[in-house]
Write a protein that binds this ligand. Structure first.
Ligand code: ARG
Ligand code: MN
Ligand code: MN
Length: 305
């Protein structure tokens, strides 16, 4: 696979500084080397540069940095749509507001390719606020609502080709605000919260989703939020929520994604290297990408139990 690294040092989707160091941390942690070692070609296109932030009117006074986030969204939509022509874009964030642009870019490309777009959201949070409903004003909590084409994004450019809720699958969810709860109940969307994973494990629900992607010849955008992982293994994130995915669960998700061969683009979001413990979260994220891109203990079938 030709892997295209895109840095997205966006920090404006939330209030704790540090995510802008994410792309540098992934480079230091050896993301490119990890991919090369798995026999992939790697092209680091450097960091995406947003255009100028133009003032906009917004009716929700809590919302902050909307002009900056709109500028990022425009730049990332174009960068991701173009990168998809040439290979598999891996977007090194940056906070989750970058997904407003990356999912839009994937949607633009999918439309051109005449294929449906599916989204796998690996996150503690459902990120389904609109610009109107967010009470924190942190726009990293909004990309799912944007991708669905929900109303309430007034000053933002409309999402290009909205993704149907039925094409979106969430895993790891354990923090949902009241307005988000109402939004989730109002649409057809798969929410595999931690309760589902406790009861069924991760394999059956993930295979069910991947089977649908394959049956429809879909493109698959994966958005991996660091807080999907349990804070005990991934401390470098501003929005830790206890009870997240374990080391093995996370690797298993990635291994199943690799076996499916369906992933067409990937976000790595919310890493805040300033909060890390000797780079362990950055290294874990790079190792998870390794599993997603084919690293395994045995590379040929062996006898198991
Ligand atoms: N729902 C909360 C909010 O709107 C938290 C969002 C966290 N999102 C994230 N991408 N980490 O502020
Ligand atoms: Mn998120
Ligand atoms: Mn999150």
């Amino acid at each position: 696979t030709h892997c295209i690294l895109l840095g997205a040092p966006i920090d404006e989707g939330q209030r704790r500084p540090g995510c802008l160091m994410g792309p540098a941390a992934y480079r230091v942690a050896g993301l490119a080397q990890t991919l090369t070692a798995l026999n992939h070609s790697v092209e680091d296109r450097g960091d995406v540069i947003p255009g100028p932030a133009r003032p906009v009117a917004c009716t929700n006074p809590a919302v902050h940095h909307l002009p900056e986030v709109i500028a990022w969204t425009d730049a990332l939509r174009t960068a991701v749509a173009e990168a998809l022509d040439d290979g598999l874009p891996i977007i090194m964030g940056g906070d989750h507001a970058l997904a407003l642009g990356t999912v839009a870019g994937a949607a633009v490309h999918a439309e051109r390719a005449g294929r449906p777009l599916f989204v796998l959201w690996l996150d503690a949070h459902s990120d389904i606020h609109t610009v109107r409903t967010t009470t924190s004003g942190n726009l990293h909590g909004t990309p799912i609502a944007y991708a669905l084409g929900l109303p309430g994004f007034d000053p933002c450019p409309p999402f290009p080709h909205p993704v149907p809720g039925a094409n979106i699958c969430m895993f790891g969810i354990r923090s949902v605000d009241p307005a988000e709860h109402a939004a989730l109940l109002a649409i057809d969307i798969t929410v595999n919260d931690m309760r589902v994973l406790d009861e069924h494990g991760i394999v059956a629900p993930l295979r069910a989703f991947l089977d649908r992607v394959e049956a429809e010849n879909g493109m698959l955008h994966v958005s991996l939020d660091v807080d999907f992982l349990d804070p005990s293994i991934a401390p470098a994130v501003g929005t830790t929520v206890p009870g997240g995915a374990t080391f093995r669960e996370a690797h298993l998700v990635m291994e199943l994604l690799h076996e499916s061969g369906l992933v067409t683009s990937l976000d790595l979001v919310e890493l805040n290297p300033f909060l890390d413990d000797r780079g362990r979260t950055a290294k874990l994220m790079v190792d998870l990408v390794g599993s997603l891109m084919g690293r395994k203990v045995f590379d040929r079938p062996t006898r198991s139990f």
